[in-house]
Design a protein around this ligand. Structure first.
Ligand code: TYD
Ligand code: MG
Length: 455
């Protein structure tokens, strides 16, 4: 059978079955070219690279294909779902300067103890890598470094060195010869990733690929690749603070709800084993407009500080801003506070912020947000030893949340002495010595419990 020709645009990567002078997707002229790879080869890559493809009964398939190994960074292993997997391609995305290269170079130290690692960099010279490795105290005879941007040469290097682990820094600097688009374009990024995927599957090499995410969208980023790779991790954090959070956006070998927390120090990234403690350090106490809650990041309870500012609005058009907290949820909580809590917040500007670069999606944080807002509005501080957990409903009622006991236990562990909880679940919670539970049925009761009676 004759293979069907496929054309694609070198600008935007859009695929068509017919050639055209102008790309129907992005409108660019003279950019549509024939796909050099035959579609048949693509199928091979997707299905794991074993040839010839023949369906077999599931009972005959071997189970020992998923071999895991630790990377030496517990926080990274956690996000990967319990270590890295042989033959998997992991994409590490993040803004430039966030610490992707640092993280990859650091794990080499441990990986080299039992495997051969090839670090390919198109971003830095070998000398620069050497200096950085020295600073990070990663020097091992099993670590091979090459500064290279041509995909063909990289693959040759893999052929020659036969590493167990390949690190590519970054996908945007790599280019495949024969494609007439520049490195970093959608088609280059996709073709290079496909080739690396093939290498990972055929040779059973674990491949880590770094991909920059930039806001302007000038470079084709990890999002273009999300569907084809095994695992996508995003490295996030505020450039102005030293904390970094690693999150999985996709993981074929595990859950995606775990986070890893790191701190960028002079000697590289260090793992933060107790994020709650860090996130609360330097917290202002006895100032109005802040309240602590406990959210779940995967299986791990983490304490988060919610800050609010309710300020007089000079125009007649109040502003609402939220950072790290869903905007619509914040608007709803303000409306409930007005209607059910009796606080006239609608005429005021309101700002909500989650400290430490966390993103709070859980309704369990509702109550703390409401208390922070009420505290700012009333200009009365929530006591520094008080935390709050609970979902707020539209009638102002407090609803229970999953794993309440685990959350309260974390609040207790960090030395809090009072915790506002939904009344319905309060009596079924176990005792926590030194921690007084303040059950509340609705936000009115919660505000009275946390901020006292209104004069
Ligand atoms: P880098 O890993 O180069 O970022 P990326 O690869 O994501 O672009 O990290 C660069 C930043 O990290 C830079 O601003 C310097 C800082 N840094 C440290 O603070 N300590 C260190 O030990 C290292 C290696 C980097
Ligand atoms: Mg880098």
């Amino acid at each position: 059978m004759k293979a069907k020709k496929i054309f694609y645009c070198t600008e935007c990567g859009n695929e068509t079955v017919r050639w055209a002078g102008q790309c129907p997707a992005c409108g660019a002229w003279n950019t549509v070219v024939e796909q050099p790879d035959k579609p048949a080869r693509r199928t091979e890559v997707r299905s794991g690279g074993i040839r010839p493809r023949k369906a077999r009964p599931i009972s005959e398939l071997s189970e020992d294909e998923e071999v895991r190994f630790p990377t030496g960074m517990g926080e990274l292993d956690r996000v990967l779902g319990g270590g890295a997997v042989r033959g998997a391609l992991v994409l590490i995305g993040g803004a430039p300067g966030i610490g992707k290269s640092t993280l990859m170079l650091q794990i080499c130290g441990k990986l080299c103890e039992f495997s051969k690692v090839l670090y390919v960099s198109g971003e830095e010279s070998e000398r620069q890598i050497k200096l950085r490795a020295k600073r990070l105290r990663v020097e091992h005879e099993n670590l091979y470094v090459v500064s290279e941007t041509a995909l063909g040469d990289v693959l040759e290097c893999v052929d020659e060195e036969k590493p167990d682990i390949l690190i590519v820094d970054s996908i945007q600097t790599l280019y495949k010869e024969g494609l007439d688009s520049t490195a970093g374009s959608v088609s280059q990024v996709r073709e290079c990733a496909l080739s690396l995927m093939r290498v990972a599957k055929e040779r059973n090499i674990t491949v880590f690929v770094i991909g920059h995410v930039n806001k302007e969208g000038g470079l084709a980023g990890p999002r273009v690749l999300e569907h084809m790779v095994d695992c996508v991790l995003y490295f996030e954090g505020d450039k102005h603070t030293s904390y970094r959070i690693l999150r999985a956006a996709k993981n074929r070998f595990g859950a995606t709800n775990e986070i890893g927390v790191f701190e960028m120090r002079d000697a590289g990234l260090s793992e933060v084993r107790d994020p709650s403690e860090i996130l609360l350090s330097g917290r202002p106490t006895d100032v109005p407009g802040t309240c602590v809650t406990c959210i779940m990041e995967g299986a791990r309870p983490v304490l988060a500080e919610i800050q609010a500012l309710v300020a007089t609005c000079p125009g007649g058009n109040p502003r609402r801003t939220s950072n790290g907290f869903d905007y619509n949820r914040a608007a709803m909580l303000l409306a409930v506070l007005e209607k059910r809590g009796g606080l006239r917040v609608s005429a005021f500007d309101a700002y909500l912020n989650i400290v430490g670069g966390l993103w709070v999606e859980e309704p369990a944080a509702d109550l703390a947000a409401v208390l922070a807002l009420a505290s700012s509005y009333l200009d009365r501080a929530v006591s520094g030893d008080l935390a709050a957990v609970g979902e707020v409903g539209l009638t102002g009622e407090l609803r229970s949340v999953d794993r309440l006991e685990q959350r309260v236990a974390e609040i207790h562990r960090l030395g809090f002495r009072q915790c506002v909880v939904p009344a319905r679940r309060a009596e079924r919670l176990r005792e926590f010595p030194g921690l007084r539970l303040l059950p509340a049925k609705n936000i009115g009761e919660a505000i009275r419990a946390a901020l006292g009676q209104r004069e």
